[in-house]
Write a protein that binds this ligand. Sequence first.
Ligand code: ADP
Ligand code: G3P
Length: 487
Amino acid sequence: MTFVLAIDQGTTSTRAILFDEEMRVAHIAQEEFQQIYPQSGWVEHDVEEIWATVKSVCGQCVAKSDDIAAIGITNQRETTVVWNRETGEALHNAIVWQDRRTSEFCEELRAEGFEEVIGHRTGLLADPYFSGTKVRYILETVEGARELAEAGKLAFGTIDSFLIWRLTGGKRHVTDATNAARTMLYDIRKGRWSTTICERFGIPMSMLPEVLDCAADFGTTDLFGPELPILGVAGDQQAATIGQACFEPGMLKSTYGTGCFALLNTGAELVTSENRLLGTIAYRLDGQPTYALEGSIFIAGAVVQWLRDGLRIIAKAADTHPLAEKADPSVELYLVPAFTGLGAPYWDAEARGAIFGLTRNAGPAEFARAALESVGFQTRDLLDAMRADWTGAEDGILRVDGGMSASDWAMQFLADIIGAPVDRPKVLETTALGAAWLAGMRAGVYPDQDGFARTWALDHQFTPQMDEATRDRRYAGWQDAIRRTRG
Ligand SMILES: Nc1ncnc2c1ncn2[C@@H]1O[C@H](COP(=O)(O)OP(=O)(O)O)[C@@H](O)[C@H]1O
Ligand SMILES: O=P(O)(O)OC[C@H](O)CO
């Protein structure tokens, strides 16, 4: 039996998933790693710990099979690693996508009108979320970094790029177009690194990886015994878009992991958002980019983790649903989980979380319900912005995946508050599946795009049950809570 190995290097854990010839999950290995919070709004990962988890989970999967046709990699996006090409050592912990430490520099960029330059080329906004300002921070703050960079001795990469470097024994410094699209340094119209932006940020172009299609030859690894080719790479949200087979313009998916990321396929057209959404590359195959409009929310499943680890009102994530069901319907709490600022469509790096509507009857059950509802409300914000930006977005079905989509309660509220059907597929490992399909298709063991799209299968459709007046009243309550949070 031939398998494809997908590596899903996410924000809170690393997984390796073995898919069989029929693209069914044959084995999963997963390891969590430490989240490092040096200051309010700062988030880091130890790259050696990430690397150790990757080696461990891959080793466990490889041991389960003697015939692996290819490896596909998908990863938390934007998270930034700068390493020394000679020693292979990282100069700094990875600075995670959620990290807001470069917000002052982003303000400077906005004040000088540079956000327009960024927007036109990269589809992004001047926000600390993306890699570019994080690279600059490392060059400015780590002693000797700038000299090394100017001497061509440093490499920058998102996690995929760093892993490929290590997997290939330092032979390949590459990335794919979807990861490049999240750096704020890559011109997604022209398909090349932007000299204008690199110059403004003081980033020598010698640090940047070569950018390949999502299905391409990324090198080989012999770390696990047999020589295995790496043939597919995509950032995790793009991999989920692929895994959900959102290949037609107008198709929309939303992934509920730590954060929530909605991507709407806009085809060959790069839509310029008037509502502070992002333009990005959904995937690039055979040199042809397919674009997407993206809404990124920083806190989705993480609000459930906060109920568990911060408030300690649940023991495990799945307890949220039964607890929320017990909530007093007369208590309407609004929880704005701006733990690390607000993402789309607000992009307010300084905002911090708030809760409104507390009465003496408000307790754990009402907090749990408000937490799940906050994810639905935030998605509604994104979909409204998408509908306003692009007519192709109207009345679409939303395909969902990610850890939190397991919550029926959260998904039903989502359908209620967006007023549209929510489809949950049978395979919830869509991110890993997307990466596996890219690699397996390139290796010739998986079907082409149309054949793959036909394999998508529905688990459950959630249809809106809430009456329109309630929907409007609840959403107005949320918008009011957002206004108050932002002062
Ligand atoms: N049954 C559930 N109800 C609510 N949230 C859940 C449930 N199961 C998992 N989650 C949330 O989903 C997230 C994990 O999803 P996952 O897709 O693995 O995330 P990531 O890739 O960001 O690490 C966690 O934040 C967790 O709190
Ligand atoms: O690791 P996840 O699933 O939380 O995804 C993180 C995103 O890629 C950040 O842009």
